[in-house]
Ligand binder design. Structure first.
Ligand code: MG
Length: 280
């Protein structure tokens, strides 16, 4: 596969991505896809997706897990609702992630990914050992399906994330780096984070954002690619310097405005192609 293929985050019936049709219309060669709703993670759905991808000549590079009841309304809501951290839903969601791994296998994808949620910063917190154990179990399940697990960045600082990955002692656990999330959550400078995470970064989102007045307490603001404070040229230069050559997957989370979403993704494709030409 070529270096830095353009990608886009897509959805079929769940999640905030664009339809596969939009990827096709914009001539984008790779996608990440949000897992379908529970009940639709079937061979029939997999076959339908595979036939559309074959027709459009698009390859899928990661399947993202997401769950009913998750909300990104504000930071306290993320803590309570997102990923495998909330205790009330943890077992059911771990079971779902295993189903999602099986579904990814059906569509021939070697990567599953998710937001774990807010991992406790204090390693003495009993919640730390619990989420570590859940993550190991999921890594081992993915390993049996020939897959890696990528953790979406945002909730943790880069050093905390590296520490967590080391503590799992699993060699199929990596990072899906999202520079905008570092800003939105106030988790640290995205360019420094790329340099720290280095070869743990195995997939990336191209998304942009502006810092909040009080980072970490309130949300920053997601923007069109190039209009935020990531610095797309610096971002791509940092990715180049760590040797990252995988897809550049555009993510624009405004599914409530599909026309604008498609337009802004088109703009992002143009921007990334220009920067690719300058840098590679
Ligand atoms: Mg993302």
């Amino acid at each position: 596969m070529a270096d830095w293929n353009i990608g886009v985050f897509t959805s079929v019936d769940a999640g905030l991505g664009v339809d596969l049709e939009v990827a096709h219309e914009l001539g984008i060669p790779t996608i990440q896809i949000h897992a379908p709703h529970q009940g639709n993670r079937t061979q029939e759905t997999a076959d339908e997706i595979l036939s559309r991808l074959a027709k459009y000549d698009i390859s899928v590079t990661a399947v993202f897990g997401g769950f009913e009841g998750e909300s990104y309304a504000d930071i306290p809501t993320v803590v309570k609702t997102v990923g495998l951290m909330p205790i009330e839903t943890r077992d059911a969601r771990l079971t779902e992630m295993k189903e999602i791994s099986d579904f990814a296998k059906m569509i021939g994808c070697p990567v599953i990914a998710l937001h774990l949620g807010f991992v406790p910063h204090d390693k003495q917190d009993p919640g730390y050992a619990e989420i570590l154990s859940v993550t190991k179990e999921l890594c081992d399940y993915a390993q049996n399906n020939g897959q890696a697990l990528h953790l979406e960045t945002g909730q943790e600082t880069a050093p905390a994330l590296l520490d967590f990955i080391a503590d799992t002692q699993r060699d199929n656990l990596f990072v899906n780096f999202d520079p905008a999330n570092m800003i939105l959550y106030g988790a640290g400078d995205p360019i420094e984070a790329v340099n720290l995470l280095g070869d743990k970064i195995r997939s990336v989102h191209c998304k942009d954002a502006k810092w909040a007045a009080n980072p970490g307490e309130e949300w920053g603001e997601e923007t069109m690619l190039g209009d935020g404070e990531v610095g797309m040229d610096q971002y791509l230069l940092a990715l180049q310097s760590i040797g990252y050559r995988g897809p550049l997957t555009i993510e624009r989370e405004i599914p409530q405005e599909p026309t604008r979403q498609k337009e802004e993704i088109g703009h992002a494709v143009t921007l990334l192609n220009r920067l690719k030409n300058e840098i590679l």
